[in-house]
Design a protein around this ligand. Sequence first.
Ligand SMILES: Cc1cc2nc3c(=O)[nH]c(=O)nc-3n(C[C@H](O)[C@H](O)[C@H](O)COP(=O)(O)OP(=O)(O)OC[C@H]3O[C@@H](n4cnc5c(N)ncnc54)[C@H](O)[C@@H]3O)c2cc1C
Length: 286
Amino acid sequence: MKKTSIKLSEVTTYKFGGYCHNFFEINSLKQLENTVFNIRDKDLIILGKGSNIVFSDEGYEGTIIKPDFNFIDLNIEKNILSLGASTYLPDIARFSKDNSISSLEWLIGIPGSVGGAVQMNAGAYGYEFSDHIKSVTFYNFETNKIESESKDFFEFSYRTAKNLKNKMVVSVDFAVEKGDPVVIQSQVSEYLNRRKKTQPPAIYNAGSVFKNPKDGSAGYFIEKAGLKGFSIGGVEVSQKHANFFVAQKDSKAQSLYELVKYVKDIVHQKFDISLTEEIIFAGKFK
Ligand SMILES: Cc1cc2nc3c(=O)[nH]c(=O)nc-3n(C[C@H](O)[C@H](O)[C@H](O)COP(=O)(O)OP(=O)(O)OC[C@H]3O[C@@H](n4cnc5c(N)ncnc54)[C@H](O)[C@@H]3O)c2cc1C
């Protein structure tokens, strides 16, 4: 497996980030087995579509592995949909629509990969990724083996999978059901329209910045604090959705970091609520 250098702004939706000189793209597990990674090096990051991660302007000194396992296989007899880790979530929604599989329409507007959706337990419109999971196959950096576990092992909860540390998702099996193609088509259109109306487009942002607190939504408190439209260094609290912070072209990850800190402080002062980040900052920030 060949080590390369990459400009991280090219592999994330925020388009932030300097260089990483220890970047590995892998499309076969043999490649992985033949390369020794020191997993005690806490700086190993598995990268999906980069739609929930913000790299420092200074780049990233650790190691990044980007899996390239892109497939969707349907076993009709067993009602199992097998998905490669790098499969794009909207492609799953489109495949489901074409094959009359119900309940996966919600994935249409989330610009992430299967691996990222497992780690984040991505969710929208009442669904969570883990709702569909039967089992996950992963590369275990502690045993250096490919292993498989059923859903309960991972202890999924709101926007997290507890037991995915030192593991790289390789593929996922979903338990699926057939549905009415007309209903599925109309659900997909409805979810797309809803996103268009309520969220900025999927560029120069990473979706929701904060997790929702117990009582209410993060966006509600940010808006109530009067922060819609507030900006630092060209990164702005979206006018359309207060929990999306949108960057102007050529702005800095550091500005986003400062904006996140500022918004947290104000919301805490005004409502005594401690927001926690859903987006992940990686590398050095001041
Ligand atoms: C416009 C927009 C809308 C969004 N809407 C939603 C939404 O409705 N709901 C929602 O939940 N999220 C949403 N998101 C956030 C994001 O798309 C999801 O969290 C998505 O699941 C992240 O996937 P990714 O492949 O981009 O992960 P990355 O950003 O690449 O990585 C995220 C995390 O997953 C880990 N990871 C990635 N791949 C693997 C792997 N193969 N094995 C192990 N760990 C891995 C990374 O190490 C990191 O910790 C939105 C983002 C945008 C830009």
